[in-house]
Write a protein that binds this ligand. Structure first.
Ligand code: FAD
Ligand code: EPU
Length: 340
């Protein structure tokens, strides 16, 4: 049985800790709740937005409609052999506890994605990624419920059209489907360990680990992330505010002449991925604070809410950062965070 609440402060429901009010708010706990929701007048008459953990949204104003908070849980094994296991996970499961569920059973594939906040259902939305792995690599299928017809559709991995922080759910089908479950295939042995990225190898060496297990990698990622990224329960944030931009090789070579230390790594189509954090830091923004909105002192790509910043203030800071990066480097930064 669902119950609609009125005029709810969303501060506790977004990791930026932004105060914004939703006209209506409902929490879904079971698949039946979703069916009940579809039959309600309120759902039919109001604009709506689904949220999971609210760790990738910025509310810039009150939401004049219905916020649907997803809390539908359940993990079930679909198939299993000596090598692999395929599990279907309900979208309201919280991502990191699910990762630990896998790590503790020595199921490989998601250990590099340890400690990413949010729900399983939001993970395909932007194809969450960290430390050389993206969730799209282990996704077998995604079940979505069409928000207009209420019908279920199973998306194959190819239909999800995963890219860097992108998917069909973030682009063409944005706001059109409720992701109800995600099915992943994980390894039970012969794991494809990924330790090359960032400080994983250094961290493993520091602990004298030469043949890492799934758990060793998860622990290393947790250690690195804890030292780098602000904890949203202490300092409001939504992780990286912008995506790392890809620029042409010619553009990169031009920038390298005037800024010889600019980092970059080649990707497909003669493009170079440049860390947005470096561009932002080199425009002088790192550690800057405007009222209660700020740029994190240790990670220039993370915008923070020191206490009572409004969504508009964070957005205005982001707009100014974009403008200075454009002016100094002629590079367009694109927000990763979903602006509401
Ligand atoms: P929300 O913020 O609630 O929603 C995000 C978007 O998905 C919204 O547009 C929402 O409408 C939509 N959505 C949510 N659930 C559903 C659903 N069931 N069906 C359809 N649409 C849905 N991301 C990374 O990729 N890599 C990182 O390393 C990373 N690190 C982070 C670190 C910190 C400290 C923080 C705060 C965030 C980080 N993020 C990272 C971003 C964030 O954790 C992910 O984007 C996460 O998947 C968001 O999950 P959520 O449940 O909080 O989504
Ligand atoms: N750097 C700076 N200044 C800073 C921070 C970083 O110049 O203040 C430069 C350094 O050259 C550094 C490089 O940026 O080597 C990359 O920094 P980092 O390793 O911290 O990663 P990132 O590119 O900033 C990305 C993801 C993160 C993910 C990490 C680890 C994006 C937009 N962000 O950050 O994802 O956790 O790599 O894989 O791709 C998120 O999406 O919310 C997120 C946190």
């Amino acid at each position: 049985m669902i119950s609609f609440q009125k005029n709810i402060d969303l501060k506790a429901f977004n990791t930026f800790g932004i105060r914004a009010f939703a006209r209506y708010f409902v929490t879904l706990k079971t698949p039946d709740d979703l069916h009940e929701l579809f039959q309600s007048d309120l759902y039919r008459n109001e604009q709506h937005l689904i949220i999971g953990g609210g760790s990738n949204v910025l509310f810039t104003k009150d939401f004049d409609g219905l916020i649907i908070q997803n809390n539908i849980k359940g993990i079930s094994t679909q198939s299993e052999n000596d090598d692999n296991i395929t599990v279907e996970v309900a979208s309201g499961e919280v991502w990191h506890p699910f990762v630990l569920h896998c790590v503790n059973r020595n199921w490989g594939g998601v250990e590099n994605l340890s400690l990413i906040p949010g729900t399983v259902g939001a993970a395909p939305m932007q194809n969450i990624g960290a430390y050389g792995v993206e969730i799209g690599e282990v996704i077998k299928k995604v079940v979505g419920i069409n928000l207009a017809s209420g019908e279920a559709y199973t998306f194959s991995r190819e239909e999800c059209a995963f890219g860097y922080r992108e998917s069909v759910f973030k682009k063409e089908l944005r706001g059109k489907f409720f992701i109800s479950s995600v099915t992943l295939t994980l390894t039970k042995k012969n794991h494809r360990l990924s330790t090359q990225y960032g400080a994983i190898n250094d961290t493993l060496h520091a602990h004298n680990i030469t043949s890492p297990t799934i758990k060793n990698i998860s622990d290393a990622v947790i250690e690195i992330r804890t030292s780098k990224l602000p904890d949203p329960t202490v300092l409001g944030n939504a992780g990286s505010f912008f995506k790392n931009p890809a620029i042409t090789l010619q553009h990169y070579e031009l920038l390298k002449k005037t800024h010889p230390t600019i980092p970059g790594y080649s990707i497909e189509n003669q493009s170079v991925k440049v860390p947005a954090a470096w561009l932002i830091e080199n425009c002088g923004w790192k550690g800057k604070r405007v009222g209660d909105a700020g740029v994190h002192q240790h990670q220039a790509l993370v915008l923070v809410n020191y206490n009572a910043a409004s969504g508009e203030e964070i957005f205005s800071l982001a707009t100014n950062i974009r403008a200075s990066v454009k002016e100094k480097f002629d590079v367009e930064l694109v927000p990763e965070v979903n602006i509401v």
